[in-house]
Design a protein. Structure first.
Length: 396
């Protein structure tokens, strides 16, 4: 066997595609009964492929500079062209996010697997990698232990979230036993746990729209949802890098009003009107926003300027991030220091790593998928170079 890819998600399939393009017919091994389960789940509510924006701005969403050459080699425009080459027309939404017109992942995945089959790629499902045996790759399969000895291998086994879909991080033990110094996994793109009082129960499932969310150095406009266990949603997820370090979570419930204007509105006489009725009539905001203020700012300040300050900078007393298996993605895994410029493990010649196995982080919105596929492409291309006898991994 010349080439083996372990992991049948987007990163592994992209690595297999690049091997096929070079005339190498890889075997793709997947632990689950079918391929790309997390990819399919992510696409159920509309598959966000990438974000169409200037490349420098796109790259600014990644803290790891090592990713830059890989994404420059597989840009958002390349992602669009790749999808359309598979017969899936795409459109760009008002926020710049790119979607297939079918708005789901299954047609794209079927076309992709079909193209790989035609190129000579073969697949083994229900094969779980168990480590090395006598220097070869060992797998637990329905037929018993199977041993493969490829000339080159790309590992693309995912991170440690959504274990039911295959990303369980169990591969970490295999690499640690071979002396790879792994970074511990931590959740990313995840909600926070809040111990609400019973007064919040009527508002579970209600959205908080057009608010500003802040944690540490990150601040942005977005939305969140009040759940029985805390806060979640697209406005909370990008704050994960700071929330992992216990940074305070703060909300500006009325970001379109400056502090002075809000103070003036709250300074109007309210007579015998209750504070709750006064706030509803004066601010014309939804009941869930008011409930959140009363929950987190008890007792409400009596002075208008202090009340305005609370509305503009409301502290949310979260206790922790949601569990890692509820996270959309994870950070941790194989650090770039263990990899050369071609994503080959420094102490394991011929073994490459791609996707969420690598320690990098990005927000939702197409950035995660783009980086997974970009690293898969990069690893596949450099695996081909390795097979062809090139030991230079400069990325040129």
């Amino acid at each position: 066997m010349r080439a083996l890819v372990i992991g049948g998600g987007p990163a592994g399939l992209m690595a297999a595609e690049r091997l096929c393009a070079a005339g190498v017919q890889p075997v793709v091994v997947e632990a689950k009964p079918s391929l790309a389960r997390k990819f399919l789940m992510a696409g159920k509510s509309g598959l966000n492929l990438t974000k169409m924006e200037p490349l420098d701005r796109f790259l600014s969403h990644y803290d790891q500079p090592e990713l830059a050459p890989m994404i420059r080699a597989f840009t958002p425009e390349d992602m669009r062209d790749w999808a359309e080459d598979l017969g899936q027309s795409c459109f760009t939404g008002s926020t710049g996010r790119l979607f297939p017109k079918a708005m789901k992942a299954s047609p794209l995945l079927r076309a992709w697997i079909g193209r790989l089959n035609k190129a000579g790629c073969s697949f083994r499902t229900r094969w779980r990698w168990s480590g090395w045996q006598d220097g070869a790759f060992a797998f637990d399969t329905p037929e018993g232990t199977q041993i493969l000895r490829p000339d080159v291998c790309v590992l693309a086994l995912g991170g440690a979230s959504w274990a039911r879909l295959g990303s369980d991080g169990a591969w970490g033990k295999c690499l640690a036993e071979r002396g790879i110094d792994l970074t511990p996994f931590r959740p990313s793109n995840v909600g926070v746990l809040v111990n609400w009082s019973k007064h919040m129960a009527p508002h579970f499932g209600a959205p908080l729209k057009n608010i500003r969310l802040s944690a540490g150095r990150i601040s942005h406009r977005g939305e969140a949802v009040i759940s029985a266990r805390g806060l979640e949603g697209g406005g909370v997820y990008p704050l994960s890098p700071e929330l992992r370090n216990d940074a305070p979570l703060r909300l500006d419930l009325l970001p379109d009003l400056d502090l002075a204007t809000l103070t003036r509105r709250l300074s109007k006489p309210r007579g015998k009107t209750s504070m709750g009725s006064f706030l509803r009539k004066t601010l014309k905001w939804p009941a869930q926003a008011q409930a959140l203020l009363m929950e987190c700012a008890r007792p409400l300040p009596a002075q208008p300027q202090d009340l305005a300050a609370q509305i503009k900078d409301l502290h949310i007393p979260y206790s922790a991030l949601r569990p890692m298996d509820e996270a959309i993605s994870t950070v941790g895994g194989v650090p770039f220091s263990e990899l050369d410029d071609g994503l080959m493990l420094r102490n394991m010649p011929g073994v490459f790593v791609a996707g969420e196995m690598i320690d990098w982080d990005a927000p939702t919105g197409g950035y995660l998928l783009t980086a997974c596929m970009a690293t898969g492409r990069w690893a596949g291309d450099h695996a081909v170079r390795y097979l062809n006898g090139s030991k230079s991994f400069s990325g040129e």
